[in-house]
Design a protein around this ligand. Structure first.
Ligand code: DGT
Ligand code: CA
Ligand code: CA
Length: 574
């Protein structure tokens, strides 16, 4: 089905016509046709074959020609003609607050500015103030506009967005006219970064809901207010879109605005094949337009003969096919987690005592906790010598007995530049659990880094490889490393891969988790790497990554009972 592609093409043409300063009605006609086609319930190829393009509301002779050309050749001669006059990149430029189509064209014609980078350069040399119709004031406006756009377009880590979303949901719930509230979009799918926040409200009082929303104390700027949709910018520069629907459409709207878009497109195709129409208002029979579902999400999926699909899977990565076959994975849940296998204490660079960490773990309902402080080669993090570790081991044993709780005596060893570890294998084998990871010399070549980690794994003493790719989300790229080679070595040596739950790491990432499980049968350990007792609660982010990686309970090491875990840890030493 090519409806979306055709709609994108028409939207692009509309934007370029506007840039060229063409007749307003023509600009609107293309945008309107795009909107109609996007909401069409039949594949546009079929309408074309039956000679019925003209019957789509808003599609006249001229637009029909453009669609025909695109469907026949896979490209558009008209678009190409337009882009010879105005580069497509200018559409991006127009998004800068204060720029608009006229100014964008002016910037291009006078200064050859085509994109945001060009604009930034021109601004830094104050070139705009001398242009006709602009001046120092417009220049200042555009400068600020560019800053705003840059802030707005950066993706926000899930760890920052989730608490804010939870706060907003609680805030809205206190109003009696708000019947239901839910965060949707990429946040509900628990993606590691969030573009903007999408909030859905069920209410019969749209106006009051909008007032309540724009009155949220976190709001910095109201971007748009409409009857059913409003957008604001928070003080932390996150854009929030809010939609209001009637309660009987809440389920279908929740489904629609949760996305992903790719997942939704597939669902719509299934609906069409069944003679149904699916949109944010409900599921409708095409023949008589009768609504057959919409109040709950379960109902919507069920109308398409599908079981409810967990939001974390809705990325069109095979989940719909598996759902059809009744073969969806039973995803691991937070309540399945029985302990944390990688935390630090104030013996190295943590801020809580071992006892505080243990008390917190008990309060969370865990059965076990592994204290894995840094070792001597990591001087900056207060790494411990073997003597110190021995001393700590005794204390851990005492606390374990006193608290009647399984505390594992472990360490987080460093994989040094040449693939060696802080202590010889014989010493490492004395610990109950060995976690190891890269903490220095990040800038090696890909071959060197891969070789280094593989060599460390092959020593056969590492139970868990911590933060396997070393990335810091939106801050530091993963170090250059061949993940496949590491997974291969891990499979051979029965080493577990960590899913580091720290929201700035989330490492291993979702796609690699799925690969590790499906292609290598590797067990993952969802750890927090907490350096304080508060941070033990970050485990939920690791669980989200695991779920996005299709992991079930049996794939996750720290869902094991204490007995099974001990068995696994010992087996690794054979
Ligand atoms: P983000 O914000 O970039 O992290 O990603 P999402 O998935 O939250 O995307 P967003 O905010 O643009 O839209 C939220 C959901 O609404 C999206 O996942 C699917 C649905 N949606 C939005 N616009 C469209 C559209 O034009 N067509 C379709 N089929 N679905 C859409
Ligand atoms: Ca979003
Ligand atoms: Ca949005």
């Amino acid at each position: 089905m090519k409806n979306q592609e055709v709609a994108d093409l028409l939207n692009k043409i509309s934007a370029l016509l506007e840039l060229k300063g063409e007749n307003r009605f023509k600009v609107i006609a293309y945008a309107e046709a795009a909107r109609r086609i996007e909401n069409l319930s039949t594949p546009i190829e079929n309408l074309y074959r039956e000679g019925k393009l003209n019957q789509i509301p808003g599609v006249g002779q001229s637009i029909a020609e453009k669609i025909k050309d695109f469907l026949e050749t896979g490209k558009s001669a008209y678009l190409e003609e337009l882009t010879r006059e105005v580069p497509e990149e200018l559409i991006e430029l127009e998004k800068v607050p204060g720029v608009g189509p006229k100014v964008a064209l002016l910037l291009f014609k006078e200064l050859g500015i085509k994109n945001l980078g060009d604009l930034e350069k021109a601004l830094s040399s104050n070139l705009l103030r001398n242009l006709p119709r602009l001046g120092p004031k417009s220049e200042e406006n555009i400068k600020r506009g560019l800053e705003t756009l840059k802030r707005r377009s950066a993706r926000i880590p899930l760890g920052h967005a989730l608490p804010l979303a939870e706060e907003l949901v609680q805030f809205l719930k206190q109003f009696p006219f708000v019947k239901q509230v839910e965060a949707c979009g990429s946040l509900r799918r628990m993606k590691e970064t969030i573009g903007d926040l999408d909030i859905l409200v069920a209410s019969r009082e749209e106006e009051k809901t909008m007032k309540a929303f724009t009155g949220w104390p976190e709001v910095q700027e109201v971007l748009a207010v409409g009857p059913t949709k409003s957008s604001v910018l928070t003080k932390s520069a996150l854009q929030v879109d809010l939609r209001v629907v009637r309660p009987d459409s809440f389920g279908s709207a929740l489904q629609y605005f949760t996305g992903s878009q790719a997942h939704n497109i597939k669902l719509r195709e299934i609906a069409i094949k069944k003679g149904l129409k699916l949109n944010e208002y409900g599921v409708f029979r095409v023949e008589d337009d009768k609504k057959i579902a919409g109040e709950t999400e379960e109902e919507v999926y069920s109308a398409l003969d599908l079981p409810w699909i967990p939001p974390e899977l809705r990325e069109d990565q095979g989940e719909i096919e598996r759902a059809k076959a009744g073969d969806l994975p039973a995803l691991v849940e937070l309540k399945d987690i029985k302990g944390d296998l990688h935390v630090h204490s104030d013996w190295s660079d943590g801020t809580s005592t071992i006892e505080e960490m243990v008390k917190q773990a008990k309060a969370m309902g865990y059965e076990y906790l592994a204290i894995c402080d840094h070792a001597q080669s990591l001087g900056v993090a207060g790494g411990l010598t073997w003597e110190k570790f021995k001393e700590q081991g005794k204390i851990i044993q005492e606390i374990s007995q006193r608290e009647d709780f399984h505390v594992l005596w472990g360490l987080e060893a460093n994989i040094l530049a040449e693939g060696d570890l802080d202590f010889p294998e014989e010493t490492l084998k004395k610990f109950q659990i060995v976690v190891a990871g890269v903490h220095s010399a990040f800038r090696q070549s890909k071959e060197k880094m891969t070789e280094r980690i593989v060599k460390a794994i092959q020593k056969g003493v590492i139970h868990i490889l911590s933060h396997p790719t070393g990335r810091l989300i939106e801050k530091r790229d993963p170090y250059e490393v061949d993940v496949e080679s590491i997974l291969k070595a891990a499979q051979k040596n029965r080493t577990s891969m960590e899913i580091n739950s720290s929201p700035e790491r989330l490492d291993l990432r979702d796609l690699d988790c799925r690969k590790a499980k499906e292609e290598y049968g590797i067990k993952m350990a969802i750890n927090t790497d907490a350096h304080s007792r508060e941070n033990l609660s970050l485990i939920k982010f690791g669980v989200a990554v695991a779920r996005r990686g299709w992991l079930e309970k049996k794939d996750v090491l720290n869902t094991y009972s204490w007995d099974d875990l001990q068995g696994w840890l010992k087996k690794e030493r054979d």
